[in-house]
Design a protein around this ligand. Structure first.
Ligand code: AMO
Length: 423
């Protein structure tokens, strides 16, 4: 037996084929039964004799039959079954009606029964687009001389400051789940100049929001021998174009199914933080602090779309008070740190980093960090670190905004949020 996939049937009209997949849906029309079989490439209509006892939807199965044209069937083809076999019959009706899966139908239920709701077409399509974005990330950076690295996720101190650290018992010591690979990717610049990592990171976010996860996939980049943060933004612009191009070419049916509105990739303007703040205050009448909250980001995104027709917007020269100790200070309260917004949501933080030992100790102290806690990290700065910088893209956030998902949770197979540890 050789298996034919749903998307290969157009070449097999009139022939007998064997398909494998899941019973997506079934309907008994008295004289005849219709079923839909779903495999990794699509959905096929199956015509089944009335005498056959079809099991519950989501049973896994094999169908042998003849491929015929039928204008009314999905894709214009159907298979007239003459033999059916079931690998594992579903034991009970799925708690989610998979063919009717809808974004807005009770999100809690979709997440609760993720082990089956993920089989829905939109859920599958979303994560497939994400896989293509991540593939594009790797491919582009490979092509630019970057080396992929794998850094520890059990660490002795937080890298991003703040209180959102998960503490764990590490034998006799206190350890933490890594908030980011920040310190390690910098150390690795001293080894390879250009590095990237694709790995989960952990944030103990106190509040459940539509854009925060407690575990997310961080797409990290770090590069040495830069002039300033503009080199880093130049790289990120091209990287994002390459990631989206990979999605556009390798996940075209998924993007179509999700009715994705393609963003403007031609321009990604760079707006200084002080100017962004002025716009928010004066033009949009919004009270703003040094770090923009969700509403401010959304307003700024809307402003940039209306004014310049852009979807991506860099906010540059973040003030020191809103950045971690490793951000390179300009000496006037600003840093060489930036954020990138997509459709009014921060999808990236990045910038140039401090590369001199003395300045780094200074910056740590300024942020009330005890340099002793960063001893292992500081060591490398005694050994000729070049000017360097980088950024991290939140994989779920870019997926969420590209696809227009209402919640970042749908951009992760098994989201961890304030109240969710299963499935
Ligand atoms: P930052 O903390 O801003 O920077 O995180 C970088 C990017 O990660 C995503 N992100 C999140 N996504 C989902 N849930 C969360 N709780 C969450 N927190 C952050 C966002 C954000 O822009 N070390 C720096 C990066 C660098 O400078 O290289 C860092 O981690 O998309």
């Amino acid at each position: 037996m050789s298996r034919t996939l749903a998307n290969e049937l157009t070449n097999q009209i009139g022939e007998t084929v064997t398909l494998q997949g899941w019973l997506h849906w079934k309907r008994d029309l008295g004289g005849i039964q219709f079923a839909l079989l779903r495999d990794r490439t699509g959905i096929v209509q199956i015509v089944v004799d009335k005498g056959v006892d079809l099991p519950i939807a989501e049973s896994s199965m094999q169908v042998t039959g003849r491929v015929v044209q039928n204008a009314k069937a999905p894709g214009g083809l159907e298979v007239q079954a003459n033999h059916l076999e079931f690998f594992a019959k579903a034991l009970e009706p799925s708690p989610i009606e998979i063919p009717k899966e809808e974004w807005r139908t009770n999100p809690e239920t979709l997440l609760e029964y993720r082990y089956v709701s993920l089989r829905g077409e939109k859920a599958r399509a979303s994560l497939k687009v994400q896989a293509a974005l991540v593939r594009g990330f790797r491919q582009y950076l490979d092509s630019q001389g970057f080396t992929e690295i794998f850094t520890p996720k059990i660490v002795s101190a937080g890298a991003e400051g703040g209180s959102n650290l998960f503490a764990i018992d590490y034998f006799e010591q206190r350890a933490y789940l890594a908030q980011s690979p920040q310190l390690y990717k910098q150390i690795m610049v001293g080894v390879y100049e250009r590095v990237f990592e694709v790995a989960p990171v952990f944030r103990a976010e106190q509040h459940a929001t539509s854009r925060h996860l407690n575990e997310y996939l961080s797409l990290d980049v770090e590069m040495g021998f830069i002039t300033d943060e503009n080199d880093v933004m130049d790289l990120e612009e091209n990287l994002i174009r390459a990631m989206l191009e990979e999605a556009r070419t390798s996940a075209a049916p998924e993007l179509k199914l999700l009715e994705v509105e393609w963003p403007n990739l031609a321009e990604m303007p760079r707006l200084e933080h002080a100017e962004a703040r002025r716009i928010l205050r004066e033009e949009l009448s919004m009270p703003v602090g040094p770090d923009f909250n969700e509403e401010a980001e959304r307003a700024l995104g809307g402003w940039a779309k209306e004014k310049w027709g852009v979807d991506f917007l860099f906010v540059t020269k973040y003030p020191e008070v809103a950045r971690p100790f490793y951000a390179y200070p300009e000496g006037d309260g600003r840093t060489r740190g930036f954020d990138l917004l997509l459709r009014g949501l921060e999808i990236t933080s990045g910038g140039q980093r401090v590369h001199e030992h003395a300045m780094l100790v200074e910056q740590l102290k300024k942020k009330s960090n005890d340099p002793a806690n960063f001893a292992g990290y500081l060591e490398v700065f005694k050994f000729g670190m070049p000017p360097h910088g980088g950024f991290a893209i939140g994989a779920e956030r870019i997926t969420q905004k590209l696809l227009g998902l209402p919640n970042v949770r749908y951009a992760r197979a098994f989201p961890r949020d304030r109240h969710r540890l299963t499935p």
